[in-house]
Write a protein that binds this ligand. Sequence first.
Ligand code: MN
Length: 497
Amino acid sequence: MKAVKNYKFWFCTGSQDLYGDECLKNVARHSRIIVEELNKSGVLPFEVVWKPTLITNELIRRTFNEANTDEECAGVITWMHTFSPAKSWILGLQEYRKPLLHLHTQFNEEIPYDTIDMDFMNENQAAHGDREYGHIVSRMGIERKVVMGHWSDRKVQERIASWMRTAIGVIESSHVRVMRVADNMRNVAVTEGDKVEAQLKFGWEVDTYPVNEIAEAVAAVSESDTNALADEYYDKYEILLEGRDPVEFRRHVAVQAQIEIGFERFLEEKNYQAIVTHFGDLGALKQLPGLAIQRLEEKGYGFGAEGDWKVAAMVRIMKLMTAGMRDAKGTSMLEDYTYNLVKGKEGILQAHMLEICPSIAEGPISIKCQPLSMGDREDPARLVFTAKEGPGIATSLIDLGTRFRLIINEVDCKKVEKPMPKLPVATNFWEPRPNLYTGAEAWILAGGAHHTAFSYDLTSEQMVDWADAMGIESVVIDADTTIRNFKNELKWNAAVY
Ligand code: MN
């Protein structure tokens, strides 16, 4: 995985000097303990950095601006231990530009019934102070996450951890650069979109290169480099000749090895983290990039097919959001292909012509060479596998002309009943929530695409928070979705946007 930076999150505790030095000492001591324990918990994917208690306009403003300019700071966590008059926060909040979490917690878990007095109450009044602070953030219309609960509660820690990954998606979005090799597939609507608006909203740079420029980079890869990578493929994957001549097969596989190296060098040199190809515009490339793209996706590159730069950018962002996650199950571009409509076994077979990321694979991964039913090139080599079981989310970012909408469907991935020996592509199979019928009807009503950015490792909550931070509409199709309510939600959203 192309790694993310060594990101950190700042922990800023609010108070004021009304309650005396003793109280401020306790506030600082308590917040240090919380930070230490959060870091020790092993739950958070990134380090929390303690900052001195914020009690004045000047310090609050300076701290938020330092957070803005610190390249490693991916967000600020705020908490009002005592009362902290919220006008003190206005200037700092106005100038702050990174993700914000309001941790609504309290140092003590239980009311100390036997000893509680007014000093204790004044010192431990987040129930009071956090409302004052929350009011000003709401009045200013600032997007933030609120997490409530005791800081030692694992559920609270997991929600902070989950938000941290959203924050990475927000921070990293403006560093995503998508290389388009050739244009959008002719006449296709849903993969189109306004690239200028995408840069305004998401910070994405989306640029086009003539296919032969990257084909030249591929041709420049030496035979020895190509052979070394092909050897690696032969070590790592099962080779399914299916009656083909082994020498001819190896030659086809080597074409993909040369494409992988050539593409990666070209992307690195020009600083792109996502790529889009088009089977109908391959220039001097001998094969549609298949195995090569699958390997690049596994390394962390975003990918979209047939010019679909929105999916390419989303796959890249979702891979960054899940980077370094323990027991990650994978993130990939997928495409809704064909249904099983047998009662009790309903679902959507997910695949693409070739380019599914092996991070979602379970079981053996094999290489096959098969003709494409489209295009006019050699039979491309591709990795073939089936995907893991379990819950995941399928997302589709669409351009409605006046705004972007992110559609998120919670899905349950399953094994298909029988092997599909004649299908020479990687597959996943899922049942959308709440069921195939309502799920598919809602998806179509929302205008969702056939291409999706899919992940086992993110939640709809994380993606909704990401969309909110980007200032775009999002809709979730999940176990609670009914068509009547969903249609109303779309109407209400239209009014809002
Ligand atoms: Mn497609």
